[in-house]
Design a protein around this ligand. Sequence first.
Ligand SMILES: Cc1cc2nc3c(=O)[nH]c(=O)nc-3n(C[C@H](O)[C@H](O)[C@H](O)COP(=O)(O)OP(=O)(O)OC[C@H]3O[C@@H](n4cnc5c(N)ncnc54)[C@H](O)[C@@H]3O)c2cc1C
Length: 321
Amino acid sequence: MSADVLALIEHRRGEVRDISLEILGAARVLAGDGRVIAACLGAPGAAEELAPRCDRLVLVNDPALADYNPEPYQQVVADLVAAHAPALVLMGHTPQGLDLAPALAAAEGWPLATDVVDLAWDGDVLTGRREVYGGKLSAHFRLVRGPVVAATIRQGAFEPPAPGPGAEVAEIGPPAWSDQFARRFIGYLEAAPGEVDITQADVLISIGRGIGKPENIEIANELAGLLGGAVSCSRPVADAKWLPKDRQVGTSGRTVRPKVYLALGISGAFQHQAGMKNSGTIIAVNKDPRAPIFGVAHFGVVADLFDVVPKLIEKVRAAKG
Ligand SMILES: Cc1cc2nc3c(=O)[nH]c(=O)nc-3n(C[C@H](O)[C@H](O)[C@H](O)COP(=O)(O)OP(=O)(O)OC[C@H]3O[C@@H](n4cnc5c(N)ncnc54)[C@H](O)[C@@H]3O)c2cc1C
């Protein structure tokens, strides 16, 4: 199967996001002998990073595209698809992709699959898989090509492509538009910086809902103190304000790559995994042997964390003398 694939690049303040490289990786595989056409809106400085990873790079520049504005983005992507006639349009399953892809699919009549973790062509049909119920079940789908189909891909599900010889780069201006958009980007809300920077820690003791109550966080603090690490958490712990938001790992928190990531009572939802799966050594402690965290852990302990952690603290203390 050979099919041109249009990959929509996502950036924040001009910096290419990891998901964009994963979109290009998926596009490379699905294009076969066809072309990977990367569309980068509002980030001319990203050309150097993107060009080796696609066959054609289209840069569309305009102040209205520097940040994600739904209406101009929709107009530009629809125009690019009309001009390049790809068989498939790929975006990230991110807040931006979740906003843009359904709007485009509805307006243009494209069949759309969202949050996909596997994709392949079966003749003219795009087949794929999504995970449902927190990763416990897989749903398989088939989208009949005709002539364009679209998909949003889950963060962390596809590998970035190896750099190649470099793309042909085209810089184009935006279409004529009135500036009277109903929805408009206003600004970013920055999280207040905390005392602990979990992105810099070599060892993270990460706690999830399994920690039970805020008083129990003390055992994680104690272990982190002994190992010279920091305590991070899953979203429910931050949502409950048991720890500050800047300790949250995952798609709506921080991405971390410590040498050791010890996950205590964390189920391992994909939103969490996306923020920690590239850690050096992942150790998970969970009572449920089917918890998805064991799918990314290098070492798994099926046990009650309140049995394991005190013993671990004892051992580390003894080892330190
Ligand atoms: C748009 C969006 C963005 C999101 N962003 C994030 C994000 O950035 N980060 C994030 O983490 N989540 C995020 N989530 C939430 C995510 O989907 C999960 O709901 C969340 O990660 C679950 O957190 P958890 O694993 O702590 O809790 P649960 O899923 O409730 O898991 C608790 C686990 O603890 C285990 N357990 C319970 N007691 C014990 C014990 N005593 N000993 C050992 N194990 C025990 C249980 O077996 C269970 O597996 C997001 C969701 C959405 C919709």
